[in-house]
Design a binder for this molecule. Structure first.
Ligand code: PAN
Ligand code: ZN
Length: 190
């Protein structure tokens, strides 16, 4: 057998900020206009600049969506900011195949990972550079930027997990993260 040649990796992640580059990296973004039902204060949301970037993602999907036993991964870049005193956050979802787990790992910034079980009980984990977070089966998950700089974190999840945004759009999370006194987050149960 001939010796294999050494080839460079086709995708790279910059560890300081999570920037992903290379083959097949797909970019997406969510602006304020896309996040109508997300924030509690709909008047504050409506008076904000619709073009304001809230977060973007850079992901690699090496197999077709829905493939059993494959993996997807990528980075989410969540901007700092508030709407009506509520920190910028992701839409949040539960996986369409809700028993599919996921791992998050923080590159830069500070944030919160809100995990909500099917009984609407929440666990909130602090995200700081290097923190690793396991999203259990059946948990709705949303991230919140509680700092003054971009929060970036990596994620890796099964390619047959899918997304269910409807359940969150209808009933929301039972906890909201508001900027409190001294810039610290207040968790408000709703
Ligand atoms: C992540 C999320 C990403 C954006 O890759 O999709 O952070 O959040 P929303 O999907 O809630 O807008 C993930 O959890 N994938 O399963
Ligand atoms: Zn997910």
């Amino acid at each position: 057998m001939t010796a294999p040649v050494i080839v460079p990796a086709t995708v790279r992640t910059r560890w300081t900020d999570g920037r992903v580059s290379g083959d097949g990296v797909m970019h997406a973004e969510r602006r304020l206009r896309d996040l109508g039902a997300v924030f509690a204060d709909s008047d504050a949301w409506a008076s904000g600049p619709p073009d304001q970037l809230v977060y973007r993602t850079s992901c690699v999907f090496p197999v077709p969506d829905g493939t059993e036993a494959g993996l997807f991964w990528g980075t989410t870049f969540l901007q700092p900011g508030t709407v009506g005193g509520e920190y910028f956050m992701t839409k949040g979802h539960v996986h369409a195949k809700s028993d599919r787990m996921e791992v998050y790992f923080t590159f830069a910034g500070t944030g919160l990972l809100i995990l909500m079980d099917p009984k609407r009980s929440c666990r909130v984990e602090e995200m700081t550079p290097g923190s690793v977070h396991l999203i259990p089966a059946h948990a709705a998950h949303r991230t919140v930027n509680i700092g003054d700089v971009e929060l970036s974190f990596g994620a890796c999840w099964p390619s047959d997990a899918g997304y269910n945004y409807d359940v969150i759009a209808r009933t929301g999370f039972s906890v909201r993260a508001m900027r409190g006194a001294g810039g610290r987050p207040d968790l408000v149960v709703v």
